[in-house]
Design a protein around this ligand. Structure first.
Ligand code: B4P
Length: 191
């Protein structure tokens, strides 16, 4: 099993690229954002509690996403590895993921970080708001807050992974196809 983190600020293309990469390399695509939105859509108790946090652009509590991921890791069969999308988002989540993987004789093999300019992030998210109706994409102030939260709470994971020698920056500017080729060319060395 080969395990990748796809990483980057909101709007950097994590979700967009993950769907295609997971298919190409037979990886299980685990997106905590998608899992949380599914809880909200299903009207569960958890979804109701998480919805207001997400619509402000804040992170949900670590325990919530760690539990979701643990359940999915054990429930996955027939794949060649995992592609973690939007998880981890804090150093504590990273440590928890490493423990989960180590217990199952796995590790994080590579962290792919999509680098995208600030103005391009905002443009993509505002563009998506019209199609997705996501409350966290509609309000420019919420978008800025998500980017600030990323810088404060999520970006420190880069230093953590750099020290472990698994950090790989990827240019996330350009067409979806060009970025897919950049990511695939790097990932295929592991598979
Ligand atoms: P996520 O679902 O992870 O949302 P995201 O980071 O905003 O989106 P993503 O990065 O996948 O979107 P993409 O760029 O692909 O999280 C949402 C919320 O859930 C968080 O704010 C938080 O509240 C909560 N949450 C999730 N995980 C959590 C965790 N682990 N811990 C705590 N809280 C958590 O796409 C954006 C747009 O850009 C799309 O419209 C796409 O079509 C477009 N696009 C992509 N690539 C493009 C390109 N190259 N050119 C032009 N447009 C492009």
């Amino acid at each position: 099993m080969v395990n990748f983190l796809i990483f980057g600020p909101p709007g950097s293309g994590k979700g967009t690229q993950s769907v295609r990469l997971a298919e190409k390399f037979n990886l299980a695509h685990l997106s905590t954002g998608d899992m949380l939105r599914a809880e909200i859509a299903a009207g569960t108790e958890l979804g109701k509690r998480m919805s207001s946090i997400m619509s402000k652009g804040e992170l949900v509590p670590d325990e919530v996403v760690i539990e979701m991921i643990a359940a999915r890791i054990d429930g996955t069969k027939g794949k060649d590895g995992f592609l973690f999308d939007g998880f981890p988002r804090t150093v504590d989540q990273t440590v928890a993921l490493e423990k989960m993987l180590n217990k199952r004789k796995m590790k994080i093999d590579s962290m792919l970080v999509l680098d995208v300019d600030h103005d391009e992030l905002v443009k993509r998210l505002i563009g998506r708001a019209e199609l997705s109706g996501r409350p966290d994409d509609k309000d420019p102030a919420v978008i800025e807050n998500r980017i600030d939260v990323y810088k404060e709470k999520t970006e420190p994971i880069i230093e953590y992974c750099r020290k472990k020698g698994i950090y790989k920056p990827i240019n996330g500017m350009g067409s979806i196809e060009d970025i897919f080729v950049r990511l695939s060319d790097y990932m295929k060395k592991f598979l």
